[in-house]
Design a binder for this molecule. Structure first.
Ligand code: IPM
Ligand code: MG
Length: 361
C-alpha cells in the first residue's frame, strides 16, 4: 500500500515527538512492505515565524491532498497576549475545520506497567479502558458571534456555543458505532440542566439511540462526569461530548493513563471513496515549551497516534497492533521518560523512539 502522509511537527516538543513518531512509522512501513511518502509542512507558531500566518495556504493544500496528517503540537508562550484569531492554535482549529474532522477519538487506557505512574490509587485506575469521543468542529470553539468589543468597564468578550441537529446526530452515531466494537456502553455528557445547546444535544442523542438497540446509553452532567472520572473511571466505555467539554475531560483522563504524554488522538471525518477516513492524528498534549528541545518529552502519545493513523486512515489493523504491542513492550521494560516516573534513570525521547523501533523488529 502507498501511505501518503503529511507531517506537521509544529511547536515546542511537537518537533521531537514527531521525529520519533516518524521513525516508528518508517520502521513499520518497512516491516510490512508499504511505500511511505512523507511531506513536511508548517503549522502553528513555527508557521507564523516563517510565513506570518499559523495555517499557510500551502499547508492546507498539502493536508487536503495527503491520505493522513500527523501533527505534533502547536502553541508558544510568546504569542500568549495575541488575539485568538492570530495565535498558533488558530492554525490547528482552521485545519480541523478544513479537513472536516468532526470526531476526535481519545482513547484512555491504564497500562499495567504504569499503574504507579498515576497519582490515583492503583485499584481505581486498574483496568480503565475508555474512549472519549469529542465533537471537534463545532460548539464554543467555532460559534459566532465571537470577539471582544467596547471600552472600559463596558468591554465585552463574547463566545457562542451552538450545535445543529445534524452535527449532534453524526457524532452520536460515531460514538454508537465505536461502542459496538467495545463494551457496548455510551455515556453522553452535557450540561442540560443549564444550557439549551445541551438540551438539544441530549434530545438528539436519545433520538438516535434506537438505531442501536443493542447498546446501553446513559447521560451525565459534565460537572458530575469530571468527578466520576476520578471516583470510578472503570464505569466508562465510550464517552461522547461536545468540543469544549471534551477538551477539558480528556486532560483529566490523562491522569488515569499515568501521564498526558501517553494520550494519542485520531480526528476523523467522512469516509473517503476508498473506505478510509480522512484523518488528522495528534497527541492530546500541548507543545510544553518548558521542556522543549531537551530530548525529555514522552513520544508515546505521538507514536500511539501513528498506530491510530494506520488503523483508521489506512485500515491496517495488523500494523497498528504491532505498534501498540511494541509500545507495551517498551513500557514493560521500564525504559520510559521522566513524566512516567521510572524507577531508574529516565530515558530520552530518542531512546524511547528507538526502543519502540527495536521492539518492532
Ligand atoms: C487539544 C488542545 C487544543 C484544543 C488547543 C491546542 C487548541 O488543547 O487538542 O486538546 O483545545 O483543542
Ligand atoms: Mg486540550
Amino acid at each position: 500500500m502507498n501511505l501518503n502522509v503529511l507531517v506537521l511537527p509544529g511547536d515546542g516538543i511537537g518537533q521531537e515527538v514527531t521525529r520519533e513518531a516518524v521513525r516508528v512509522l518508517k520502521q513499520v512501513a518497512g516491516k510490512f512492505h508499504h511505500k511511505l511518502t512523507l511531506t513536511e509542512g508548517l503549522l502553528g507558531g513555527v508557521a507564523i515565524h516563517n510565513v506570518g500566518t499559523p495555517l499557510p495556504e500551502e499547508t492546507l493544500q498539502l493536508a487536503l491532498e495527503a491520505d493522513a496528517t500527523l501533527l505534533g503540537a502547536v502553541g508558544l508562550p510568546e504569542f500568549d497576549s495575541w488575539l485568538p484569531e492570530k495565535r498558533p492554535e488558530r492554525g490547528l482549529l482552521g485545519l480541523r475545520k478544513a479537513l472536516g474532522v468532526y470526531a476526535n477519538l481519545r482513547p484512555v487506557r491504564a497500562y499495567a506497567a504504569l499503574l504507579d505512574s498515576s497519582p490515583l490509587k492503583n485499584h481505581l485506575v486498574e483496568g480503565v479502558d475508555m474512549i472519549i469521543v469529542r465533537e471537534l468542529t463545532g460548539g464554543l470553539y467555532y460559534g459566532t458571534p465571537r470577539g471582544i468589543s467596547g471600552e472600559g468597564a463596558e468591554t465585552r468578550g463574547v463566545n457562542t456555543m451552538a450545535y445543529s441537529r445534524w452535527e449532534i446526530e453524526r457524532i452520536a452515531r460515531m460514538a454508537f458505532h465505536l461502542a459496538r466494537g467495545r463494551r457496548r456502553k455510551v455515556t453522553s455528557v452535557d450540561k442540560s440542566n443549564v444550557l439549551e445547546t445541551s438540551q438539544l444535544w441530549r434530545r438528539v442523542v436519545i433520538e438516535v439511540a434506537p438505531e442501536f438497540p443493542d447498546l446501553e446509553l446513559d447521560h451525565l452532567f459534565v460537572d458530575n462526569c469530571a468527578m466520576q472520572l476520578i471516583l470510578n473511571p472503570r464505569q466508562f466505555d465510550v464517552l461522547v461530548t461536545e468540543n469544549m467539554f471534551g477538551d477539558i475531560l480528556s486532560d483529566e483522563g490523562a491522569v488515569l493513563a499515568g501521564s498526558i504524554g501517553m494520550l494519542p488522538s485520531a480526528s476523523i471525518g467522512e469516509r473517503r471513496s476508498t473506505g478510509a477516513w480522512a484523518g488528522l492524528y495528534e497527541p492530546v498534549h500541548g507543545s510544553a515549551p518548558d521542556i522543549a528541545g531537551q530530548d525529555k518529552a514522552n513520544p508515546l502519545a505521538a507514536i500511539g497516534s501513528v498506530a491510530a493513523m494506520l488503523e483508521y486512515s489506512f485500515g491496517l489493523k495488523q500494523e497498528a497492533d504491532a505498534v501498540n504491542r511494541a509500545m507495551e513492550t517498551v513500557l514493560n521494560s521500564g525504559r520510559v521518560t521522566a513524566d512516567l516516573k521510572p524507577a531508574g534513570k529516565p530515558a530520552t525521547t530518542t531512546e524511547v523512539g528507538e526502543a519502540v523501533c527495536a521492539a518492532l523488529r
